[in-house]
Design a protein around this ligand. Structure first.
Ligand code: ATP
Length: 307
């Protein structure tokens, strides 16, 4: 697909070493307004280092980072990316309101606008009723939402979140993704890192897979599956005894007890399974599955994510 939009963030060949350890080995990437980009990769892949480079906490050894705010953008304005770090960064002994006031002032939001802005983000984060509570008395999920609220007061055009759902209850996780959706609808570009396969597969518009400091895949999940694996669904039949009969469309393994077939669409399943009607022995098991990010990672790196 030819991309016609202008990126809000461009990374060109970013490299970063920690002494002799190569954390980023030439990362190039574009992030577009209004998209939710999921950065996915095993421990140590370089996700946090990349986020720290984008928001200026680390200086890359080489490469270029360009932030370009869309001129027609009506809502997000600030060129400085909002950051929600991996570890909670709120003041536990201040109230929710006080935390927002401190972060708002640090971000340079004018005092006159800050009151209204705080009301807006409290509603957005579903924390209006807790504005007078000390941060330390909130649940983990609420503290995370407060942390996120603190990072958007200046309406950043780019929001970076490092593992925003770790240690968060399912209800807050839903709320956090609803918050992200509202932001992307307003044109904010959201980049988050996560270890959670299911989250990145189902919630993100685009997925970037990192491994050992490089990007090994970048695209929507169906594209990644197609590029690295091919047809996205698989049917596997297991037989107790070697299968003698004709199994049109299936590949039979050497033992003759395992047959596999790839499908473009699940709608092909009834037609594919029709071959079973002509077999002498029924299969012991039938396994139908769709390939996901786990399989993409395995196909691209030769390693399982759990290794
Ligand atoms: P995780 O998912 O565990 O947070 P990550 O993908 O965010 O991992 P990074 O934290 O960016 O990965 O680390 C990339 C590599 O750089 C790792 O090998 C890590 O050990 C190393 N590293 C990170 N920070 C430092 C540091 N301050 N000094 C030395 N090495 C570091």
């Amino acid at each position: 697909m030819i991309e016609t939009r202008e990126p809000v963030l461009t990374l060109e060949s970013i490299r970063k070493n920690y002494r002799r350890r190569e954390a980023l080995r030439g990362i190039s990437l574009k992030l577009y307004p209004g998209e939710l980009l999921g950065f996915f990769g095993p421990n140590g892949a370089g996700k946090t280092t990349m986020i720290r480079c984008i928001c200026g906490l680390l200086r890359p050894d080489s490469g270029r980072i360009v932030v370009q705010i869309p001129t027609e953008s009506s809502s997000p304005k600030s060129q400085r990316p909002g950051l929600v770090p991996q570890n909670l960064a709120v003041y536990p002994d201040l109230t929710v309101q006080q935390n927002l006031e401190v972060f708002g002032r640090l971000e340079g939001v004018p005092w006159k606008q800050l009151r209204t802005r705080i009301d807006e983000v409290l509603e957005w984060a579903a924390l209006l009723e807790r504005r007078k509570s000390l941060a330390k008395t909130l649940s983990g999920g609420m503290q995370r939402r407060l942390n996120i609220a603190c990072s958007v007061l200046q309406k950043p055009a780019i929001l970076l979140l490092d593992e925003p759902t770790v240690g968060v209850d399912p209800q807050s996780r839903e709320r956090i993704y609803a918050m992200m959706e509202e932001l992307t609808q307003q044109g904010t570009a959201v980049l988050l890192t996560t270890h959670q396969l299911e989250e990145v597969e189902t919630r993100c518009d685009r997925i970037v897979v990192m491994d050992h400091g490089t990007i090994v895949a970048d695209g929507r999940l169906p594209e990644l599956v197609e590029q690295s694996i091919g047809k996205p669904h698989r049917v596997e039949l297991s037989f107790e005894r070697p299968c003698a009969g004709p199994l049109a469309g299936f590949d039979l393994d050497e033992s003759g007890t395992r047959a596999t077939c790839r499908m473009e669409s699940m709608q092909q399943l009834p037609q594919i399974l029709d071959v079973l009607r002509h077999l002498e022995q029924a299969p012991e098991s039938i396994d139908v599955r769709s390939f996901g990010l786990q399989d993409v990672f395995l196909a691209l790196t030769g390693r399982s994510l759990r290794e």
